[in-house]
Design a protein. Structure first.
Ligand code: FE2
Ligand code: FE2
Length: 399
């Protein structure tokens, strides 16, 4: 009777959790939560999520209650997808692996337990339950693994068939979330390639440099403003990608204007300005943090600190009208927009374009200083110039 009641409570918790997990949009936060809940349901002391990348698994999330102080020890660990390790075998074959004593793996199994982690941390792994995370076409995209079931708070339990079923459920949710995040990233990368074909000034090197300058500028700003390391980590990855699509809206601008060798007429320039709103429209339905950040960058990278930029505070229905609006001013311009605007101008002035030679380095720096508080956020310009050596090394790297 008690068992029946416990099962019912567990099932209810699982059902409620499904709705709860659906509300988490950030892939990292979602993965951490899935791992935590999977461990809770199976009373596991530790666990990890591996993500498949080409022919290896990257250990991407680690939780260990016993070693909570040292949780990042193994963060960059790679495991080949082959038959010789437990997670590798699980990913290669798509089979579930349940081992209640890793020191006694039968000789009929091709893999061995790798004790490197235990030797490095002093942890003692006894039992492992490894489940493949399967995406579309049954392709294994990762592995969810839990370690050492607890009984009365000590490592003395065993994993059961029921634990396997529970973990399969969590592996399914994790696989869907991971695929969604990977899809967003791959769509953005394809858009960048498409824009490169259309716009001769937005070369691969330019978008990579703008992305790298922006990321470094954000990190330096965030450290100075006491943003938590976790938030910095999350935001820098998003900005790195979305800064690359700052001019994606130019795909909607006619070749006659975009590739015109001479100066644009006033009318042509007004059309050109619309690349900000056309681009932002592509990300209007905000499905993820990427969409939201991409919109922020694309719409605002030509706004000016003094309010004389564009496109200004135009509401969505006015995007395609010719109504002129006042530009956004100061901190009305979102942070990512203010950052990319500096990175984009710095790179445009420093590089050769079909209509101009690169400016000398000192002249570019003078331009940034002169426009601090006019075109650009003064705090960000100060940080950018303080970090000019890093920016110069980026410019060398993507030459
Ligand atoms: Fe632009
Ligand atoms: Fe650009």
């Amino acid at each position: 009777m008690i068992k029946h009641l416990e099962d019912k409570i567990k099932l209810n918790r699982l059902l409620n959790l499904g709705t709860d997990l659906n509300r988490i949009h950030d892939p990292d936060a979602l993965m951490e939560r899935i791992l935590k809940e999977a461990r809770d349901f199976c009373s596991a002391d530790a666990g990890s999520i591996y993500i498949a990348e080409k022919n290896h698994l990257l250990i991407s999330y680690i939780q260990n209650d016993t070693l909570s102080e040292n949780k990042v020890v193994y963060k960059e660990h790679h495991v080949p997808i082959d038959n010789f390790s437990i997670a590798g075998y699980c990913a290669k074959t798509g089979e579930i692996v349940l081992l209640n004593d890793v020191s006694d793996i039968g000789s009929d199994l091709p893999f061995k337990f790798n004790s490197d982690f235990d030797e490095m941390t002093g942890y003692k792994t006894k039992s492992i339950l490894s489940i493949p995370m399967k995406g579309s076409l049954d392709r294994v995209i990762g592995v969810l693994q839990i370690i050492n079931p607890l009984k009365n708070n000590t490592v003395s339990g065993i994993f059961t068939e029921e634990d396997t079923k529970t973990l399969l459920h969590f592996a399914g949710i994790a696989a869907v979330a991971l695929q969604k995040a990977q899809l967003t990233k791959s769509i953005i990368l394809k858009m960048i390639q498409m824009a490169e074909l259309h716009d001769p000034s937005e070369t691969g090197a330019h978008v990579h440099r703008v992305s790298a300058y922006s990321t470094e500028l954000y990190i330096a700003w965030a450290v100075k403003n006491n943003i938590s390391p976790e938030e910095i980590d999350r935001n820098k990855d998003i900005l790195k990608l979305v800064a690359m699509v700052h001019d994606i809206g130019k795909v909607a601008i006619s070749d006659l204007i975009l590739k015109k060798p001479g100066k644009l007429t006033d009318e042509e320039y007004e059309i050109m300005k619309k690349h900000t709103v056309f681009g932002a429209k592509m990300f209007e339905e905000e499905h993820s943090e990427f969409d939201q950040a991409a919109r922020e960058v694309i719409l605002n990278h030509h706004e000016r600190w003094d309010g004389n930029g564009y496109p200004g505070l135009c509401p969505a229905p006015d995007y395609e009208s010719d109504k002129k609006t006042q530009g956004k001013k100061g901190k009305e311009i979102p942070l990512f927009g203010r950052i990319v605007s500096i990175a984009d101008v710095f790179d445009a002035l420093s590089s050769k374009r079909c209509y101009k030679d690169p400016w000398p380095h000192e002249k570019v720096i003078d331009f940034l200083k002169e426009n601090s508080g006019k075109m650009f956020d003064p705090e960000l310009i100060e940080i950018f110039i303080d970090n000019i050596d890093i920016m110069n090394s980026i410019s060398q790297k993507f030459r």
